[in-house]
Design a protein around this ligand. Structure first.
Ligand code: PLP
Length: 390
């Protein structure tokens, strides 16, 4: 096999020379001779050549992801959606069938239902929370099973090992969106999925200033994804790759602190539920979470997101949302700033209230992605907003 044009795990050596890696912006690089040009052009070796094919900062970021995920390698893209669409498209052809979880990021279902179907791929849905349906769907041939866990915004947890076992027995590959719970919270490849995709815009970037995506897995599955990236030009640029390198050493610290704060806030808000100031609070590590045991069997913590159900439905949620001071009213997650969103107005706006209710998403739901301000500060902000709204 040729040297891959994507990053692979690298042994750590002593830090010599500049401690901050150089940022190489040049889109092309002069080569010493025809043979070098031929080998680089044929993709037989990776080097500074033409940046759409591969570049040093991108490969360095990919190496870090590959090592963290325990993967053969990783392929980085310009966004999470470029990574997910690339992972799917590279492994599908006309006539193939995909099983897509109902409970999946809207961008992923949008790509599957608008674009994959135009190219002759059949997309069938299943509920990742009722796996009998998946078992039945797998009675007919399927190429890919696509799912995520925990689910946005309900924070229900899917039995990843069970989905993998069913798919594998039926000869289907699993593609898993790990964005909501990156390592060290959840190691999806260890749980058996074939490909894990991340919106690196979220925790990997961590500072709300990078748009990026990445796919990790085995070489034989990554090679067609890298070829797709080269042909479509969806590669991650050097500047965001450098920022991702810069964010990397603090990933574990950030995630662990955000996760601890999320749990402290969820635990704290239980008193407000008991006092009737709030209808419900959900976090996978709470004792009354419906998937608590499953979460503990496959995650190393309940993640960094808390879901609140406010009194008074959508009007009640709007009132609290509008009165937040410290928590920003903004979509996204995984950054150092805490963010709040109303799923009824954002991710699930296309559904009717009845459809949202059927999916377990009450209109009074407020999602809080916890940052690094500290649990006390955030709890105080939520409580003042609750008090001001009533
Ligand atoms: N997957 C999940 C779970 C997401 O939340 C998002 C973005 O919100 C994406 C994928 C898409 O990532 P990006 O916005 O980087 O394209």
């Amino acid at each position: 096999m040729h040297e891959p044009l994507y990053g692979t795990p690298r042994p750590h050596g002593p830090l010599l020379g500049p401690l901050s890696p150089p940022l190489l912006r040049s889109t092309t690089a002069g080569q010493p001779d025809a043979e070098t040009l031929r080998a680089l052009g044929a993709g037989e070796r990776a080097g500074e050549f033409y940046q759409r094919l591969s570049h040093t900062n991108g490969r360095a970021f990919e190496s870090l992801v590959a090592e963290l995920e325990g993967a053969d390698g990783a392929v980085a893209f310009a966004s999470g959606m470029a990574a997910m669409s690339g992972a799917l498209a590279a492994h599908l052809r006309a006539g193939d069938r995909v099983l897509l979880a109902e409970e999946i990021y809207g961008g992923t279902s949008g790509f599957a239902l608008h674009d994959l179907v135009r190219f002759g791929v059949t997309v069938d849905r299943f509920s990742a929370l009722q796996l009998d349906g998946l078992r039945a769907a797998l009675a007919r041939p399927a190429k890919l099973v696509v799912f995520e866990s925990p689910i946005n915004p309900t924070l229900r947890v899917v039995d990843v090992r069970a989905v993998v076992a069913m798919a594998r027995a039926a000869g289907a590959l699993t593609v898993f969106d790990g964005t909501f719970a990156p390592p060290p919270i959840q190691l999806a490849l260890e749980l058996g999925v074939d490909l894990v995709v991340h919106s690196a815009t979220k925790f990997f970037g961590g500072h709300s200033d990078v748009l990026a995506g990445v796919v990790a897995g085995r070489h034989e599955l990554l090679a067609p994804i890298e070829a797709w990236r080269r042909r479509t030009g969806a590669v991650l640029a050097p500047d965001p790759a450098w920022l991702l390198q810069r964010s990397w050493p603090t990933l574990r610290l950030r995630v662990e602190a955000q996760q601890a704060a999320a749990l402290a806030i969820a635990e704290g808000l239980r008193a407000d539920v008991a006092a009737g100031r709030l209808r419900a609070v959900s976090h996978p590590w709470l004792p009354d979470h419906p998937d608590r045991a499953l979460a503990r069997a496959q995650m190393h913590g309940g993640g960094c997101v808390v879901a609140l159900e406010l009194n008074g439905g959508l009007a009640g949620a709007r009132a609290v949302f509008d009165r937040l001071h410290r928590i920003a009213r903004a979509p996204s997650l995984g950054g150092i700033e805490s963010l709040a969103t109303l799923p009824a107005f954002t991710t699930h706006a296309a559904l009717s209230p009845a459809q949202r209710a059927a999916a377990g998403i009450p209109d009074g739901l407020l999602r809080v992605a916890v940052g690094l301000e500290g649990a006390d500060v955030l709890l105080a902000d939520l409580r003042q907003a609750l008090a001001a709204a009533t």
